[in-house]
Design a protein around this ligand. Structure first.
Ligand SMILES: Cc1ncc(CO)c(N)n1
Length: 223
């Protein structure tokens, strides 16, 4: 059976591909991504995850059943766990969590996180899950794609990042997200609704591509 996620991805394929196949990802895979670009990205991603955790918490609030609440809680836990990666890597560069939190949010971070939060505030749990989906499922797809680069190169500079997203915990969180969208759509999906959801999904995918691009811009700016 085709999942709602597969239908959304097919309907927004060019935006999806610009996100998961961005030069940032290609350079990361090859190990040629400049370190300052990665650092700027990761600092913004820490700020992103704080807001993104709020969006998962909003999904708990938007849940009308305990079952949905538990699923949303699983998503929240995955995000809070993911931030350990950011703290660990940034610590090595001499940045404490307090310093990370004090960094100014870039427009791309503000745009993406507040867009997702607004989808949840103005819409229902399905709208919110579709807005959250490119993040969870896209990073899992990227993790799987980049994992073979680690086997080929034991000293890969982006080993920890790739391991995080290709790892079982994150892969499972992405699978849960796919299954949850199917469950919610079984109650609420019409063809008109699908068109609206595609617009949300495509917008979030474009905001993801802008997020990668921001790393290059900030590194250029600070050079
Ligand atoms: C921008 C962005 N999208 C998705 C993820 C995966 O949680 C992340 N950490 N950051």
């Amino acid at each position: 059976m085709t999942t709602v996620f597969e239908r959304l991805k097919a309907a927004a394929l060019s935006d999806w591909n610009r996100y998961v196949d961005h030069p940032f990802i290609r350079q990361m895979e090859a190990g040629t991504l400049p370190q300052p670009v990665f650092q700027q990205y990761l600092i913004q991603d820490y700020l992103f995850l704080i807001q993104y955790a709020r969006a998962h918490a909003l999904a708990i609030y938007k849940s009308r059943t305990l079952e949905d609440m538990h699923i949303a809680q699983g998503g929240l836990n995955a995000i809070l766990g993911e931030m350990n990666l950011h703290v660990r890597l940034c610590e090595r560069w001499g940045l404490s969590p307090a310093q990370l939190q004090a960094a100014p949010e870039h427009q791309a971070t503000v745009a993406y996180t507040r867009y997702v939060l607004d989808c949840g505030q103005s819409g229902d749990l399905l709208d919110l899950n579709v807005a959250l989906a490119p993040c969870m499922i896209g990073y899992a797809e990227i993790g799987r794609r980049l994992a073979p680069a680690l086997a080929a190169r034991p000293e890969h500079p982006y080993r920890e990042w790739i391991s995080e997203y290709s790892g079982q915990a994150f892969q499972q969180a992405a699978q849960a997200c796919i299954a949850h969208m199917d469950k919610l759509a079984a109650h609420a999906m019409t063809e008109a609704r699908f068109a609206e959801l595609t617009a949300i999904f495509a917008q979030a995918a474009r905001l993801e591509a802008d997020f990668w691009q921001m790393g290059f811009e900030l590194a250029d700016h600070n050079a």
